[in-house]
Design a protein around this ligand. Structure first.
Ligand code: SAM
Length: 251
């Protein structure tokens, strides 16, 4: 059975997609996408030999070698141009996902891609920044908790594709959610322009924990004799203030 995390990604794959799942491990997502008819075909990319073999075996066992191509290689290098219209990259850090996208973009591998579905384990702000800087509109965000861990799923489409929304309008509207003191861009990139407005219970728990963590750091810095401790404290206090402002607006 698919985890809720992968289930959430699956739901975001447009029906009839030509999917590429990069860092596919056991090819769970391509298998589910093809079996449910979400994807008409799929490519499972893996750089490491163990997961690559596991993916090959899983696809073979499911009798889906005709529809799912398992390929060994780094990031989007496994794709030929215009081969996929939906790319999923899940379960890695945001910085690694951004570097995979960067290299792929430079090699023209994002041409023809209409949907990016990204699930970073950390460094979500790095990915939101990458999307913004590279002409991808963030069309949806989801945050879920499973087995004591929290995951974010970011969906994006190319800016030149009619998405009914632009990054400009999205971030402007999200900033306004701050009321008299509009949220700053850094806050929106870190917390998420959709998530900040959805104000769900998982979101509240995540950021309350973050405040507690920052308070503990503040506490230990107050005992530090390092010269830099003062400016670090000021920085953390500002972060706490920013998050607390957002939390204060939560229902
Ligand atoms: N995507 C699956 C999921 O979300 O359940 C598997 C996540 S697993 C933690 C990360 C996988 O990405 C590993 O199997 C790893 O081998 C693969 N990986 C890491 N860097 C990669 C890269 N540059 N290109 C392709 N695969 C990569």
């Amino acid at each position: 059975k698919l985890s809720r995390r992968l289930g959430l990604l699956l739901e975001q794959i447009p029906h009839g997609s030509k999917l590429a799942d990069i860092g596919s491990d056991h090819a769970l997502l391509p298998l589910a996408a093809v079996q449910t008819g979400r994807a008409v075909s799929a490519i499972a990319g893996e750089v490491n030999p163990g997961p690559y073999r596991a993916a090959e075996r899983a696809v073979q066992d499911a009798g889906l070698r005709g529809l799912i191509s398992v390929r060994r290689g780094d990031g989007l290098a496994v794709l030929r141009q215009e081969e996929a219209d939906c790319i999923t990259i899940a379960g890695m850090g945001g910085a690694l996902i951004a570097s995979i996208l960067n290299r792929g973009r430079a090699e023209g591998k994002l041409a023809g891609v209409r949907t990016l579905l990204l699930q970073p384990n950390v460094g979500e702000d790095i990915l939101r920044r990458w999307l913004l800087d590279n002409g991808w509109v963030l069309t949806a965000e989801a945050l879920l908790e499973e087995d004591g861990k929290r995951y974010e799923v970011l969906s994006a489409v190319p800016e030149d594709l009619e998405a009914g929304i632009t990054n400009e309008s999205l971030y402007a509207a999200a900033a306004q959610a701050g009321g008299e003191r509009p949220y700053g861009m850094e806050t929106l990139l870190i917390m998420g322009p959709w998530l900040i407005r959805q104000r769900g219970p998982v979101f509240a728990a995540k950021w309350q924990e973050e405040v507690s963590k920052l308070e503990r750091i503040l506490e230990s810095l107050s005992r530090s004799e390092l010269e830099s401790a003062g400016s670090k404290r000021a920085e953390i206090k500002a972060q706490i203030r920013e998050i607390t402002e957002v939390l204060a607006c939560l229902p």
